[in-house]
Ligand binder design. Structure first.
Ligand code: ARG
Length: 587
């Protein structure tokens, strides 16, 4: 199905043509003065300038041609030359009825392409903290949006699992349990199956080790040595690393699951180490990488740069690889395995320059073809009410699990405050609604912007919040249940022409779906979905307040109302699924 604005534009363009003007002036937009009209066309203005005539003459001639339109009504030319118009009710309801019948509400899908999305980016052996919320949920939503519009998307968590933090943890374990076989270079037996620590231990081991290494140079040297042993494949270190990975990954999966975040690949920096020597050699052979102060670098600055873009360091002077070396090798591997047309990275926007360097280096050294799109979505910071990066009450870094727990507790309070409800059900519901509060609170902001984590506002049932959207869906579900209980049959409920203004407004809101989805997918912008469903939920609630639905005596009218709210529910549910949450049955 064509987008509604395209259909309306076609109609107006034809009228420009019929009046003897250039058709291209006929583009229509949603009115920015809804008090005056629903849609508008401003094309007469520029055209009149070219033709050296008054815009109102052009507008009048076009409006005249639209007098008998089946698509539009009330078409009027107003000074100095705007064309204002409303949509024809029959046309609108036919369009909405077709949306209800078609797959994906009639959205025309783009050509499918292979996309890899790199998001989450947790570091192994450290507990997930609030800083890991945004890359996980923004990435998950973008992945779902791209899949919905038909792309073949692979999500990779890309863990930090190969650097000094691993050496630090191993060093601290050695301090505590020096007799473990992992540290005995002469050990020839089989290493234990059980890890010599729990995940909870790990969460405490890393910060302890990190603090010690800052105070004690000797400790730091040992940690670097341990990192080196791991990276060069010393068996005991490899075996211990496997334990750390297992424990850490299991725990991460559990927490990501509570956020509805799900990765296809659990790869990390370690995954592509094998490719680095080969890649470095190719970069040298191709003449792209050269030595500078002992390090191996690739220049990535361009003449048009307005700020300095330093060279990409591939190997340090001691031959060690860096964060970007791994990212480049990962690009090489993704090209080999998936041949993607686009790779998308979701990280903090402080990595903007870094990714600019990596992308340029990847293109320049021909790791990827020029046709492959490399995109970086840099997100802003989640701040506390003081406007500073979000912290715990005592100023520490908050664990992601605690954050999720806090918002669910707050939700539970609000849910049980309102009415007496079975405690078990209240708990279950508060988890579902709490997640909506958290995800919507984040995703409703344009990703690049900082935002304030405001638990009171996010968990409110009113305003632009997740719970408000869920409340609207639950309201519709309950009306439909009652309709069925009255003997109504949902399958026979068919849409009809709008019977009042708020019904027409709700229909118009629904028609924006495919336009919005197209923009959300092209611009990798989940916040567009939030803006759309907020408007849609408002339109639904206005309709609900102005229309007696279940008390309607005319059965035909009643079934038309039901068909309309049912479609609204389906669109809302599709949209929240793309954001990563769902609606409860009751709340
Ligand atoms: N582990 C990194 C960090 O904590 C994020 C990884 C982002 N992804 C990437 N391909 N570099 O900053």
């Amino acid at each position: 199905m064509k987008k509604i604005l395209d259909l309306i534009s076609e109609e107006v363009m034809a009228a420009f043509g019929a009046a003897g003007f250039d058709k291209n002036a006929g583009k229509v937009t949603v009115s920015n003065r809804p008090d005056l009209c629903e849609y508008q066309c401003n094309g007469a203005m520029a055209l009149a300038k070219q033709l050296h005539t008054a815009p109102i003459n052009v507008a009048n001639a076009v409006a005249e041609k639209l007098a008998d339109s089946k698509v539009l009504k009330d078409v009027v030319a107003v000074m100095p030359g705007f064309i204002n118009m409303n949509i024809n009710e029959e046309f609108l309801s036919d369009y909405v009825a077709k949306m209800a019948e078609e797959d994906k509400f009639g959205m025309e899908l783009p050509q499918s392409k292979k996309i890899v999305i790199d998001y989450g980016g947790p570091n192994v052996a450290k507990a997930l903290h609030v800083g890991h919320l945004r890359p996980a949920i923004i990435g998950e939503s973008i992945k779902r949006i791209l899949r919905y519009v038909g792309h073949d998307v692979t999500g990779d968590v890309h863990m930090g699992d190969w650097g000094t933090p691993m050496g630090l943890v191993m060093t601290e374990i050695q301090c505590r349990q020096p007799d473990l076989p992992y540290f005995d270079d002469n050990f020839k037996g089989e290493y234990p199956k059980e890890a010599p620590f729990t995940v909870r231990d790990l969460e405490e081991i890393y910060p302890t080790a990190s603090a010690k290494s800052k105070e004690d140079p000797e400790y730091k040297a040992r940690a670097l040595e341990a990192t080196y042993k791991l990276q060069t494949g010393v068996p005991g270190y490899r075996a211990l690393w496997n334990h750390i990975m297992d424990a850490s990954v299991t725990d991460m999966k559990r927490i990501y699951e509570t956020l509805h975040v799900d990765f296809d690949l659990w790869n990390g920096e370690s995954t592509v180490q094998y490719l680095i020597p080969e890649m470095v050699q190719e970069m040298k052979d191709g003449g792209y990488a050269y030595e500078s102060d002992g390090a191996l670098v690739v220049d990535v600055k361009e003449e048009t740069d307005t700020k300095e873009v330093p060279p990409c360091i591939i190997l340090k002077s001691d031959g060690a690889s860096l964060y970007n070396t791994t990212d480049l090798a990962t690009i090489k591997e993704r090209v080999m395995k998936f041949d993607p047309k686009q790779i998308i990275y979701i990280t903090d926007k402080r990595q903007d320059l870094y990714f600019l360097q990596v992308f340029r280096a990847a293109k320049k050294t021909k790791l990827v073809g020029d046709d492959v799109v490399l995109s970086h979505i840099g997100f802003g910071t989640m701040n506390g009410k003081d406007g500073k990066p979000f912290k715990t009450r005592d100023g520490g870094v908050m664990r992601l699990e605690s954050l999720i727990g806090d918002i669910q507790d707050e939700m539970l309070k609000k849910i049980t405050d309102n009415k007496d409800i079975d405690p078990e059900e209240a708990k279950k519901t508060s988890k579902i609604v709490g997640l909506s509060a958290l995800l919507y609170g984040d995703l409703s902001n344009q990703a690049v912007k900082d935002y304030i984590f405001d638990i009171d506002r996010f968990t409110s049932f009113e305003g632009n919040t997740g719970p408000y959207i869920l409340y609207t869906i639950v309201r519709i579900k309950s009306i439909i249940e009652k309709y069925k209980a009255q003997g109504g049959n949902l399958d026979n409920a068919k849409l009809g022409a709008p019977r009042n203004v708020s019904m027409k407004d709700l229909m118009k809101a629904l028609t924006g779906f495919s336009q919005m989805m197209e923009a959300a997918a092209n611009e990798l912008a989940p916040h567009k979905i939030c803006a759309f469903i907020y408007d849609l939920a408002n339109a639904l609630n206005s309709f609900y307040h102005e229309t007696k639905i279940l008390a309607e005596e005319d059965e035909k009218a009643k079934s038309e109302y039901i068909a309309l709210i049912n479609l609204t529910k389906n669109v809302l549910e599709t949209c929240i699924d793309l954001l990563g949450f769902e609606a409860p049955e009751r709340m």
